[in-house]
Ligand binder design. Sequence first.
Ligand code: NDP
Length: 400
Amino acid sequence: MDTVLIIGAGGVSNVTTQKCASLPDVFGRIVLASRTKKKCDAIAARVKKRYGRTITTAAVDADTPTAVAALIRKYKPSLVINIALPYQDLSIMEACLKTGVDYLDTANYEPKDKAKFEYKWQWAYRSKFKQKKIMALLGSGFDPGVSNVYCAYAQKHYFDEIHSVDIVDCNAGSHGKAFATNFNPEINIREVTAKGRYFEGGEWKLTDPLSVSRDFDFPEVGVKKMFLMYHEELESLAKNIKGLKRIRFWMTFGEQYLTHLRVLENVGMTRIDPVMYQGREIVPLQFLKAVLPDPGSLAENYTGKTCIGCVIEGVKNGQALRKFIYNVCDHAECYREVEAQAISYTTGVPAMIGAKLMLQGVWKKAGVLNMEELDPDPMMDDLNKYGLRWKTVDWAAAIE
Ligand code: NDP
């Protein structure tokens, strides 16, 4: 029976831990550790109530590789699922390397003092993981994660050659708050206020933050304005999808969110450099996180749907095609199932599926891998089984 160590006890972890608990044949024992043990205990209580299973909880500072390694030695997991924050990726990978245990995460490493996310730091571990014959699966959430798997599936089943990919991410839900973020506020705001970046004609092009937008008619949601942003899966997909000429990422934002964000930026509240306040240093964005709603707490009254997918253009048998592969997820249904909102759900379910496929040996390769480097079929099957049904349609309208 496999033991899995889950690190982090936020909104995403609440979903992943419950989904793992629902599959006792795969996840024989679950250890949940995070900085604040009482958050682990709250998730454990939910698991007990819903699935009748007892999971072990522990406190850990995952910034310290030796602390994570000690926990691994104590509980001997086959796999560590990192759903803390991107800042912890390298220290947890380091601990996995020390102890010879597989690793999975949902977001790529970011240094705390620089809003810059790229794979170079984690890809630098490739040969070390290979030599140790262990696997690190990077970005097993929705985007990154399912978006990468959709592209791999399209490459395998629909196209001889893919020429362009547009990843479109819409949250058309309503949480009733004036301003809140759907996942960790610090990470979310760092991402949204960064410059846009996309790959075209063999080079990366930069745009000012949220300066490029398009209207898109999302299935089951309707027409929404979406904004071009940089997102980490663009980096690996630009390398791994053969013949790709252009790849972009788009996310929708409502006017109210954008107005609040603009004000917060203008008054300096999104800064990530320390400022002196009453004789001590504080980071404005970290302070802002402390006063914003906890994303997990939005779940109870959340209504509406998310729609996330990939519009993919290419050729098959000499014929030009455009397909849209997507999932629609309903906030209220997620709450009924696991007391979560759809953003946590769409991230937490693929983390469980990635872990399941690794533990079952279906996805087994030594090294550091992005999702599109593995056979997409087993994950596409499991997405349909475990709550994230997908659909492919021919898509008439090009995104200019
Ligand atoms: P939360 O902020 O809700 O949860 C993060 C958890 O990590 C908290 O329990 C926090 O502890 C814990 N943590 C933070 N620092 C440490 C540390 N040093 N040691 C141990 N535990 C720590 O975040 P979310 O659940 O919303 O997001 C989790 C991850 O999922 C993030 O990396 C996010 O970027 C990623 N994500 C990925 C998506 C995708 O589609 N790929 C989409 C959405 C999110 P404490 O409670 O004490 O603060």
